[in-house]
Design a protein. Structure first.
Length: 148
């Protein structure tokens, strides 16, 4: 909640109950490979990152992940020539997308097939287990479970 000078909360004109995140998980700057392996789309942002986490991310990319990385942060670990805009670097089976704006059309176009449906949140667990929350209306969600 943002506060303005009168200390009253400023709220968006319209809130929606359902905001699809498609199984988003957030890790800190020290996450290891054991937590990242098998994730097809990774975002890297922030101000610091451990060398071990950078190495884990590179291993995931080698294995086929797409890493969308905040260019100024990635520059600290590799890509010293990065200045601004969008750069795509194939690596192993995957690719690294460097950017200074995650909303650039080129970035979105590269990752769109990995984002999932705009009306659902899907959580996958080990094996074939999953839970899908699908938007019916702004205030109603259908739940589909596959938990054998």
């Amino acid at each position: 909640i943002a506060l303005h000078h009168s200390a009253r909360p400023v709220q968006a004109d319209r809130h929606r109950f359902f905001t699809p995140l498609n199984g988003a998980v957030v890790f800190d700057h020290r996450v290891g490979y054991e937590h990242l392996q098998g994730i097809p789309l990774l975002f890297l942002t922030g101000v610091q990152l451990s060398d071990a986490t950078w190495e884990a991310l590179m291993r995931c990319v080698e294995e086929g992940a797409v890493l969308v990385a905040w260019g100024p942060l990635a520059k600290q670990h590799a890509f010293p020539e990065y200045d601004s805009g969008v750069e795509i670097h194939p690596r192993g089976e995957g690719r690294i997308i460097l950017t200074d704006d995650f909303g650039y059309g080129q970035v979105v176009g590269e990752i769109l097939p990995l984002l999932g449906r705009p009306d659902e949140i899907r959580y996958r667990f080990e094996g074939d287990r999953s839970v899908v929350l699908r938007r019916v209306t702004d205030n109603e969600v259908a739940v589909e479970r596959n938990l054998p």
